[in-house]
Ligand binder design. Structure first.
Ligand SMILES: NC(=O)NC(NC(N)=O)C(=O)[O-]
Ligand SMILES: [Zn+2]
Ligand SMILES: [Zn+2]
Length: 479
């Protein structure tokens, strides 16, 4: 191959591949990684010198709520994707709720796509929803290219007429049967509604409305019960499951047993369960409110042991912001504040600091959870999640000696609140490239074009693509 045809070369960086970290040059052409070598001739290509820095695969954040269409005053594709670009995320998957209409049928998916078009700095994929009454929509949503379906076992909250509802057991069971038949994945917010709703009611009527009262109303037991019930229906339907934002090691223990029994299950946790505790929820206030809630230190240590033991598949932000006023309810009750943490910009930097710098976790293991496994679980690994020849040139250059303290003014999200403001991180995103284009540079801010980001679909639904032809050829060959 003629090296003159490269359009960008990233030189001298320590490159995080799957299973090893090596100093390599990365050659990019037309947005794709075409060469990996000890030394490349750049010719006329643009050179990015990553000497003294690390080059990671762009993070794949499979859990964000960007609220458009309909609720763009909470968060939008432009501001949300800007935050992700600044945080080294090059692909995200937008949740089907907290927008109006929620993504529970193809007409809503069209609206979602129209809202996203031309408004994202980095690439994106979309979730569909499973709610009572929409099981006949699942097949069309899958064929349209959603990566999977999301359901809530407890009340999701939210406002407006188009509110996304939690599933009853029959919807869960029948929805799982459909999704299993489609070869899809069901993502679950796993907390028992009857436990959490009753405990919340009891606390509030006794006037117990502090951060710790809220945490006590959503105990680990409620998560365990919901995980257990979902696994029960999965056993009876063969449906693949992905448990989002799991907050306890005990839940992971149940999931481990299901995996050992051969079930197709994955588990996600979030940086906030690893970097913050319920004490932070008390001191920082509703900016650190989420459900399931932040846990105490001993729960957090057990969760860390699961992460370090390779028992967690995916780390995602669960970026779920709201207008500032909704974090400061007039009642003064912690229960009345919006539940959702705005952390999209910090996932990679929090994890590099906490897991790699402080706990010595190898970068290769960390990037499995932040890039490869999320891409692979949701059918995007033909293009995303890994630095290899033939993959999209989604890359993050990270400075390991930055030692910077996050300031409110550095946030790109629509509403400038984050529980990580004031924290010092040793590693910092220096440059983010999405398909070979620089979209963020630490010195110059957002340098990419709004609208550079494209919709990506799971490989099997990429119509007319070479990938789809390859899949067709493979299955023809098997017959
Ligand atoms: N309606 C929400 O966005 N909820 C989110 N809120 C959290 N996690 O506090 C979520 O993912 O459950
Ligand atoms: Zn949730
Ligand atoms: Zn969420």
């Amino acid at each position: 191959m003629s090296r003159a045809t490269l359009d960008t070369v990233i030189m001298n960086g320590m490159v995080v591949l799957r299973g090893e970290v090596r100093q390599l040059d990365i050659g990019i052409r037309d947005g794709v990684i075409v060469e990996l070598a000890d030394k490349l001739e750049a010719g006329h290509a643009r050179i990015i010198d990553a000497g003294g820095q690390y080059v990671l695969p762009g993070a794949v954040d499979v859990h964000v709520h960007f609220n458009e269409p309909g609720m763009g005053h909470w968060e939008g594709f432009a501001t949300g994707s800007a935050a992700l670009a600044a945080g080294g995320v090059t692909t995200y998957v937008d949740m089907p709720l907290n927008g109006a209409p929620p993504t529970v049928h193809t007409a809503a998916l069209e609206q979602k796509l129209n809202a996203a078009k031309g408004q994202s700095y980095v690439d994106y994929a979309l979730w569909g929803g499973l709610v009572p009454g929409n099981k006949d929509q699942l097949e069309a949503l899958a064929e349209a290219g959603v990566v999977g379906f999301k359901a809530f076992l407890s009340s999701p909250g939210g406002e407006g007429e188009d509110i996304f509802r939690e599933v009853d057991d029959l919807t869960l069971f029948e929805g799982m049967k459909r999704i299993a038949a489609l070869g899809g994945v069901l993502a679950l917010h796993a907390e028992s509604d009857s436990l959490t709703a009753r405990l919340a009611q009891r606390a509030q009527s006794a006037g117990l409305t502090s951060a710790l009262d809220f945490a006590a109303s959503r105990p680990v037991l409620a998560e365990l019960e919901a995980v257990n019930r979902a696994l029960f229906y999965a056993r009876h339907t063969g449906c693949a499951l992905h448990f989002v934002h799991i907050s306890s090691e005990a839940s992971i223990e149940l999931i481990d047993r299901a995996k050992a029994a051969g079930m197709d299950v994955t588990v996600e946790t979030c940086p906030h369960y690893l970097a913050l505790t319920e004490n932070d929820m008390q001191t920082l206030g509703p900016v650190a409110k989420c459900a399931p809630p932040l846990r105490n230190e001993s729960e957090q240590q057990r969760l860390w042991s699961a992460v370090q033991g390779g028992r967690v598949d995916v780390i995602a932000s669960d970026h779920s912001p709201c207008p500032a006023g909704m974090k400061e309810p007039e009642s003064g009750s912690f229960f009345d504040a919006w539940g959702g943490i705005s952390g999209a910009q910090s996932t990679l930097e929090v994890m590099l600091h906490e897991a790699h710098v402080l706990k010595g976790m190898p970068l290769t293991e960390l990037m499995e959870m932040l890039s490869y496994r999320p891409a692979q679980r949701f059918g995007l690994e033909h293009r995303k999640g890994e630095i290899r020849i033939g993959a999209d040139a989604d890359l993050v250059v990270v400075d390991p000696k930055a030692n910077y303290t996050l300031q409110t003014e550095q946030l790109y999200s629509r509403h400038k609140h984050s529980p990580y403001v004031g924290r010092t991180f040793s590693w910092r995103v220096a440059i983010t490239l999405c398909r070979g284009q620089e979209v963020y540079h630490v010195g110059n801010g957002l340098v990419g074009a709004l609208g550079h980001g494209q919709w990506v679909k799971p490989r099997k639904y990429e119509a007319g693509s070479a990938a789809q032809r390859a899949v067709a050829a493979e299955s023809a060959a098997r017959q």
